[in-house]
Design a binder for this molecule. Structure first.
Ligand code: SF4
Length: 577
């Protein structure tokens, strides 16, 4: 069976372009692990970027590993086959460092499963010099790492392009000079305290108040407090592009390229818009250079960013790429920054579906969440889409948003119907119908957002809303997709949890992913973490970090959303009027 798994890995490698295979001699060996399947992980630009960055260092070798595919996982468990790296097919225990790149909270259990399968103690306190050091980076690491604090030796906070090579070089220097591996490991973990953008949880003691919330975080042995994220000052210094191409991903052979970091729109629910602050756009020339390199390996490029259509030179970029015969796709567009040229370029590149995200069904609620898209703007976007002749349109909404009423959820159906009506009226080819889809997801009050004080709606209420929307949209002939509220609830617990949530993860691991049983046996109340409005002075589990967004400013935004302060008029909002 081990042979079969290795053969599968070799077949995968043979279908890839851009794989880096390095000799191990004298180098720090890093296993970069995506805690989900190959198919999901290879679609992740952050994962690909770090793979390229680390392998660009002469003294490092970085190989990828993934959660086994669903059909293989049970066999791995039954026959105790460890997870191994793709490039050399060596078990994770052969590496000096196992570094997880984590983007989704719901992958936390996969992360523990991978460690357990690999024979690496899941608990950080049980690991020693016989085991690799275990680390985690990615958005989850720097929004709130606390639920995983018991399992990780350290976290990368912020963009890891600069800090990760620095940390692994430190590992190398210490292990060169210190003969005793146990002492070297201890020294390495202690010296991490001096690296900006690294959090080693063992050097922090969390104390809880009688009410259950965090009362105090004490830094031990001179550890820094607050712990600051690392911010990449000059994104152009690093390529954020697909290093490896394979057809076995969501995006197929399309190569991805980042246009910048962050988004200045300030939607009050959006984690990405906060923790990537400040907004940093890549220079047009740097993007074009990267695109030309990528286009040499295939003619389709996906432009990636928090809000790609806001990139200041988007029309020039798209026009330039189209002139070279490159097909493009955008990871995210805003209805109010769509231009005729942009829509045309997307359609000419083969885009069959355009997505607009009103997020809420009424203008009132869109103002509360600071997604200030007027109906007029949405209809103008609909007309642009109609003129392009694209056959399918997707609209995206959230349910369970703070202050939501029945009128707002009914507004989702009404707005979708009116957008479709506009498209049909302005259709280039009047005989062809347009396929309209409404996609809905449950609002999760994420850390570092203006809504971090808000309660999440209860699962049953969200399920009822989903059912109501399903009935109403079916009647209107509109397709409907939605997330699963119970998974959104789990995401909320893991995103907002403190160190005591580790026990829930241990139970889920013991019960092989049976979350229902894990929640039943967990002595804590999950709704305490997610379905509870917070007092403004409550301390959050993530308050000992500094990620570049100020709690005071978020509080002002929260008060504005709740009508406790007047709304401000921001420049871009005025431009929409
Ligand atoms: S426009 Fe998009 S990326 Fe920007 S803050 Fe709003 S939701 Fe987030």
């Amino acid at each position: 069976m081990i042979w079969q798994f290795k053969e599968k890995a070799r077949r995968r490698l043979a279908r890839e372009a851009g794989t880096v295979v390095k000799d191990w001699g004298g180098k720090v060996r890093v296993a970069l692990v995506f805690p989900n399947t190959y198919y999901v992980g290879m679609s992740n630009l952050g994962f690909q970027t770090i793979y390229g960055t680390l392998n660009g260092q002469p003294d490092l070798v970085c190989e990828r590993a993934f959660l086994p595919d669903p059909d293989d996982l049970a066999e791995h468990e039954r026959l105790r086959v460890p997870v191994f790296s793709l490039e050399s097919q060596r078990p994770l225990t052969d590496f000096d460092v196992v570094a997880f790149s984590t983007t989704y909270e719901n992958d936390y259990l996969n992360l523990l499963t991978i460690l357990a399968l690999s024979g690496i103690p899941v608990e950080a306190a049980e690991r020693d010099q016989r085991h690799p050091v275990v680390a985690m980076g990615g958005v989850c690491a720097w929004s709130n790492p606390e639920p995983l604090a018991a399992f990780m030796d350290f976290f990368f906070l912020g963009e890891g392009e600069e800090s990760s090579p620095e940390v692994f070089r430190l590992w190398r220097e210490i292990h060169r000079t210190e003969r005793d591996p146990g002492a070297a490991r201890d020294r390495f973990l202690r010296q991490l305290l001096t690296v900006e953008g690294v959090y080693a949880p063992r050097f922090y003691d969390v104390r809880y108040a009688a009410t259950g919330s965090v009362a105090e975080v004490v830094a031990l042995e001179g550890a820094p407090l607050p712990v600051r994220k690392r911010r990449l000052a000059r994104p152009d210094d690093f390529d954020t592009i697909s290093v490896v191409r394979t057809a076995e991903t969501e995006f197929g052979q399309m190569a991805l390229l980042e246009v910048g970091k962050g988004c200045g729109r300030g939607c009050r629910f959006c984690l990405e818009g906060e923790i990537y602050r400040p907004v940093r756009h890549r220079h047009l020339e740097a993007i074009v250079r990267g695109a030309e390199r990528l286009a040499a390996g295939g003619k389709r490029i996906g432009l990636v960013g928090a809000c790609v259509s806001d990139y200041p030179w988007i029309d020039d970029l798209v026009r330039g790429l189209r002139a070279k015969g490159v097909d493009i796709s955008l990871s995210s567009v805003r209805a109010d920054s769509l231009s005729p040229d942009l829509v045309q370029a997307l359609v000419e590149s083969g885009t069959r579906t355009l997505t607009i995200a009103p997020e809420a069904g009424t203008e009132r609620l869109r103002t509360v969440i600071h997604k200030s898209l007027t109906e007029q703007r949405l209809f103008e976007a609909a007309e642009l889409i109609a003129a392009s002749g694209v056959p399918s349109v997707k609209t995206y909404f959230m349910i369970g948003l703070p202050t939501e009423t029945a009128e707002d959820t009914e507004g989702i159906v009404e707005l979708a119907k009116r957008i479709r009506h506009r498209i049909l009226r302005h259709r280039r080819d009047a005989r062809r119908a347009v396929e309209m889809t409404v996609g809905v997801s449950s609002f999760v009050p994420k850390p570092w957002t203006a809504f971090q004080w808000c309660a999440m709606a209860e699962v049953r209420a969200l399920e009822e809303t989903v059912e109501r929307l399903r009935r109403q949209l079916r009647k209107a002939g509109i397709h409907f997709t939605h997330d699963v509220p119970k998974w959104a609830h789990l995401q909320g617990v893991l995103a907002r949890g403190d160190r005591r949530v580790a026990e829930l993860l241990r139970l889920a691991l013991t019960h092989h992913g049976d979350w229902k049983r894990a929640f039943r046996e967990w002595p804590r109340n999950a709704n305490y973490y997610v379905c509870r409005e917070r007092a403004l002075d409550e301390r959050f589990p993530w308050d000992h970090f500094e990620v570049g967004t100020k709690r005071d400013r978020l509080e002002v935004e929260y008060r504005r959303a709740m009508g406790l302060l007047p709304e401000r008029t921001v420049r871009w909002k005025a431009a929409l009027a």
